[in-house]
Design a protein around this ligand. Structure first.
Ligand code: M6R
Length: 630
């Protein structure tokens, strides 16, 4: 959940010299990296540099801006070795004392950490018995003290060796970075169950929780494996396992640049990412079918014979990604006739799920680092299931540990509230469903071609929705003092209702609930009182059975009890007009694909309302972009 940056360089003159002290230095690189990684956590931030045989650090509770103000008041020397951290608190509240870096070895060693050290209490007792004193409540300080103790002892003054020995003793999930006053020009890191990428420069090297930590400087990166240690100097990087045996990383080129991670003129990353959605869907479809309308998913490297044997699919994910999974269930069952369950990854892992070699587990994760999802995927693999990951982040852990991956091409998603990743996940899930149907011969090739043609029209239709949001934004602003908003939907509209409610909770801190519209009469209708706003996602009148008329009845039911009905419906659906205080029309599209359009107004509604309340839309309180703890 935290953001981590490390840097070692060898030259001071560069055209992109930073502005902290007028001279290019480690601090510039580290602060810039933290700015890009702040979405991972923003409870506190801190930096440490190695200068003139000392380690010097500054840290501050609150957002990165507080640390920058502190650095202006109490500057650090300009040097070429540094580390930086932005925190999402786990052990100990968000205070200055608990902020990272944590120091050890009498202030000569600085350590930053992402993750949770599960055996920290036991290690702390051991270190206390040796006379070590602690200044914070964190597990990180215990890790720092352990590394410091080993540095002076068994590692004999070798920071890489000290990190290896410490990593052997630590349990849980961690990315740890350390610098030592006696070893300028060296940053050492350890990784277990927590993300870390190396950036390769020319006479300088970088470490980051993800590539955005150094994307301003290089697009050449190395992905580390599980349980590895890496030591970077300005001209080298060396990878070992925790026992010092040489190991390999995987080099790759980052396909996006720094500009893709900028706001591009929008007031927030969330607004920008909502507007990126036509491209996100388009890019996710790109190159995945041939002109005859056949799916080509080369990257899905599971033997087709094995895929034909699949008799159950389990979709595992959390939060918004789980709602994408719910949409996937409707599509996969419809096209492939394979029973499909969707389960929150953290619930799946800790019961006794029935999984075997004929089960296909599909995980969905934007970051590819969500610990709950990762643990569930590992468990499913242990039980013999085949695992496919739908993921937006190249080189992240979940795809690496899955049998196959279908990348979404949404580009970097920075805002904590997921938007474009959601639409890209749904798109990828449709592709997977169609591919399985093609492979197993469940539907005619002509039908697949038709669905692909409809999918290819979606980006333009999303753009139409985006171009006509004026009245919706006005409505959102007028509702900034509401205390509660309800969302109803049926079939694929149900996960859309859940997602609409989640967006509002997340960024506007407003009570919001999503319900299956048919469930209303079984209890939730008691919530309806005069003036209660209710969003209703109405299925297409061209859809199957009586779904449309059932939802129109639901609108009437809540309206009869005084609700303000706010309706999302398909263009031309005049039947809803007389029961709706406000209607947002989206272009006609096949019912199964509707979530790609009906979600968009709900995202805009939440973003506009939260902004009207004066909240930080990109960094909502208590949350972090990437949830790398269980
Ligand atoms: O990175 P992931 O897709 O695995 O993240 C899963 C959830 O934590 C995430 O979707 C979360 O619910 C979002 N903040 C929702 O906007």
């Amino acid at each position: 959940m935290c953001g981590i940056v490390g840097y070692v360089g060898s030259v001071r003159e560069r055209s992109d010299a930073g502005d902290l002290d007028g001279e290019y230095c480690a601090l510039d690189v580290v602060i810039e990296g933290l700015r890009r990684l702040e979405y991972r956590g923003y409870d506190s931030a801190g930096v440490a540099v190695v200068a003139d045989g000392t380690v010097q650090s500054r840290k501050k509770a609150g957002k990165l801006a507080n640390l920058i103000a502190e650095l202006e008041e109490h500057p650090l020397p300009s040097t070429l070795t540094g580390i930086g951290h932005t925190r999402w608190a786990t052990h100990g509240g968000p205070t200055d004392a608990n902020a990272h870096p944590h120091l050890a070895d009498e202030g000569r060693l600085a350590v930053i950490h992402n993750g949770i050290i599960e055996n920290y209490a036991e290690l702390k007792q051991e270190l206390l018995a040796k006379g070590v004193k602690f200044a914070s409540e964190t597990d990180t300080e215990v890790a720092a003290a352990l590394i410091g103790d080993l540095y002076r002892g068994a590692a004999d003054g070798d920071i890489t060796k000290a990190m290896q020995l410490a990593a052997q003793r630590l349990e849980g999930a961690f990315t740890l970075l350390a610098v030592h006053a006696e070893q300028p020009g060296v940053v050492v890191a350890a990784r277990r169950n927590s993300p870390l990428v190396v950036g390769l420069g020319d006479g300088e090297n970088f470490l980051g929780s993800d590539v955005s930590g150094f994307i301003d400087h290089t697009r050449r990166a190395v992905e580390l494996g599980q349980d590895q240690i890496v030591t970077i100097t300005p001209d080298s990087f060396a990878i070992t396992d925790f026992y010092g045996r040489p190991a390999q990383g995987k080099e790759f080129e980052v396909s996006w640049d720094a500009a893709s991670a900028e706001k591009g003129g929008f007031p927030s990353f969330m607004e920008k990412e909502i507007h990126d959605q036509p491209a996100a869907v388009h890019d996710t479809l790109l190159g995945r079918s041939d002109p005859r309308g056949r799916l080509i998913l080369d990257e899905l490297r599971i033997d087709p014979a094995e895929l034909k044997q699949v008799n159950k699919i389990i979709v595992l994910a959390c939060g918004t990604a789980a709602y994408a999974g719910m949409v996937a269930k409707y599509a996969i069952e419809n096209w492939c006739r394979i029973p499909t369950e969707v389960e929150l990854a953290h619930e799946f892992r800790y019961r006794d799920p029935i999984v075997d070699k004929n089960t296909l587990v599909v995980s969905i994760s934007q970051s590819g680092e969500t610990m709950d999802t990762l643990m569930a995927v590992r468990y499913a693999r242990e039980q013999g299931a085949k695992t496919v990951s739908i993921c937006n982040t190249n080189g992240s852990t979940i795809p690496r540990e899955s049998d196959a991956v279908l990348y979404t091409h949404a580009g970097p998603e920075i805002a904590v509230a997921s938007t474009k990743a959601f639409l890209a996940q749904i798109t990828a899930a449709y592709l997977l469903g169609l591919y399985l149907a093609q492979l197993r011969g469940n539907i005619f090739s002509g039908q697949i071609k038709d669905v692909l043609a409809d999918l290819n029209k979606i980006p333009e239709k999303i753009q139409t929705v985006l171009d006509t949001t004026g009245p919706l934004r006005e409505l959102a602003r007028s509702m900034k003092d509401e205390k509660s908003v309800l969302f109803l939907g049926r079939n694929v509209g149900y996960p859309v209702a859940l997602e609409g409610a989640l967006k509002l909770k997340e960024i506007a801190y407003l009570h919001a609930e999503g319900f299956a519209a048919g469930e209303l009469k079984h209890g939730p209708i008691a919530l309806i009182d005069a003036g209660q706003p209710v969003f209703v996602v109405v299925p297409s009148p061209r859809g199957r059975d009586s779904l449309h008329s059932k939802v129109v009845s639901n609108i009437q039911e809540v309206r009869a009890r005084g609700a303000r009905t706010l309706v999302i419906a398909e263009e031309g659906d005049e039947a809803v007009r007389e029961y709706a205080e406000h209607v947002v029309y989206v272009p006609e599209t096949p019912p199964l694909l509707m979530p790609l359009l009906t979600t968009v107004p709900l995202q805009i509604f939440a973003a506009e309302l939260a902004a009207a309340k004066g909240f930080d839309v990109d960094q909502p309180r208590n949350l972090a972009k990437s949830v790398t703890v269980e």
